[in-house]
Write a protein that binds this ligand. Structure first.
Ligand SMILES: *[C@@H]1O[C@H](CO)[C@@H](O)[C@H](O)[C@H]1NC(C)=O
Ligand SMILES: *[C@@H]1O[C@H](CO)[C@@H](O)[C@H](O)[C@H]1NC(C)=O
Ligand SMILES: *[C@@H]1O[C@H](CO)[C@@H](O)[C@H](O)[C@H]1NC(C)=O
Length: 285
């Protein structure tokens, strides 16, 4: 599926009046940030994030940017490395070396890291990374994405609520409303995925997040079919009637709180999470 590409004024004006969505970092050699761990101070706290560049990064080609947000008790390293789920929720291996990946680290509270987003400080952190990355790397400003599981899904939802003009699409895997929703009125392409017997964040919470964007995106309201517990299946619903370029997809699976659902049971090797999210994100060009 292809969507008409809106023309945004981004300060990048080419000869003959052609406007593009390429960032100011195009053609530059990064001087502040580097692949691996970077830091910045936000709200008087030192924040860390991992930058993963494609092999043979080309600074004259504009790249899509994908944020991978970790779950409660997880870290940026769990997302960037091949841990609980493949690097960047399985998207890195599917991106054909054409995407810049970013794994920010949440703040630790009670010894566990998450995305409480107190006073909007985590949104501010994401926003500052966006700004720095745009200035230092060659980015397609029309192709920014965020994906996360659990607390990382909550934060991706919050990103869609607050930074919807800067993010093209988000994917919330087994999320709930834990990181707030400042703003929350912009249409943003939305992929939701949730287990029907989630014992940590019940599926009703995932439906609630989804329905914000069913409404914002002007989709036709419906109650998607969900698989029965014990069926070892999943059902994907693509909402009808959504505004152009603002689809909503919903995957309900037979399973508990997991980023790696599979029709054989939660299973990292056979999960469809990566391909499902990549199918959703890669439709935008
Ligand atoms: C920032 O942190 C430093 C070191 O902990 C402290 O001295 C300073 O007062 C803090 N500034 C603000 C504005 O909170
Ligand atoms: C870098 O990207 C530009 C623009 O897409 C392309 O013309 C050029 O061939 C690329 N350079 C290399 C070394 O691939
Ligand atoms: C996990 O998936 C692999 C590959 O599809 C399969 O061989 C294996 O049996 C599965 N394990 C479980 C516990 O379902």
């Amino acid at each position: 599926m292809k969507f008409a590409k809106p023309i945004y004024l981004t300060g990048c004006l080419f000869p003959f009046g052609i406007l593009a969505t390429t960032s100011s970092g195009c053609g530059k050699t990064p001087s502040i940030i580097k692949p691996g761990i970077n830091t910045m101070v936000i709200n008087n706290k030192t924040r860390e994030w991992i930058l993963t560049l494609p092999d043979n990064y080309n600074n004259t080609k504009s790249h899509r940017v994908i944020f991978g947000l970790h779950w409660w008790t997880g870290t940026m390293t769990d997302v960037a490395n091949d841990g609980v789920i493949q690097p960047y929720y399985g998207l890195q291996s599917l991106s054909d070396n054409n995407a810049i990946f970013i794994a920010p680290n949440g703040l630790v509270a009670d010894g566990r890291s998450g995305w409480a987003n107190s006073g909007g400080e985590d949104i501010q952190f994401i926003q500052e990374i966006v700004k720095t990355v745009d200035e230092e790397l060659c980015v397609d400003e029309n192709l920014r994405f965020s994906v996360g599981f659990s607390y990382g899904a909550a934060m991706s939802y919050s990103v869609a609520c607050t930074l919807g003009k800067q993010f093209r699409a988000v994917a919330a895997l087994s999320g709930g409303p834990l990181s707030g929703c400042e703003g929350g009125t912009d249409p943003v392409a939305y992929y939701g995925q949730h287990g029907v017997v989630d014992s940590v964040l019940p599926i009703a919470l995932g439906r609630q997040l989804r329905d914000t964007f069913v409404k914002n995106n002007g989709c036709t309201s419906q109650q998607p079919s969900e698989p029965a517990s014990g069926s070892k299946t999943h059902i994907v619903t693509k909402y009808a009637g959504c505004s152009t370029g603002k689809p909503v997809w919903w995957t309900a699976f037979d399973g508990d709180h997991t980023p790696t659902p599979a029709d054989t049971g939660a299973n990292k090797t056979s999960t469809y999470t990566g391909t499902a999210v990549w199918d959703f994100f890669s439709q935008f060009t």
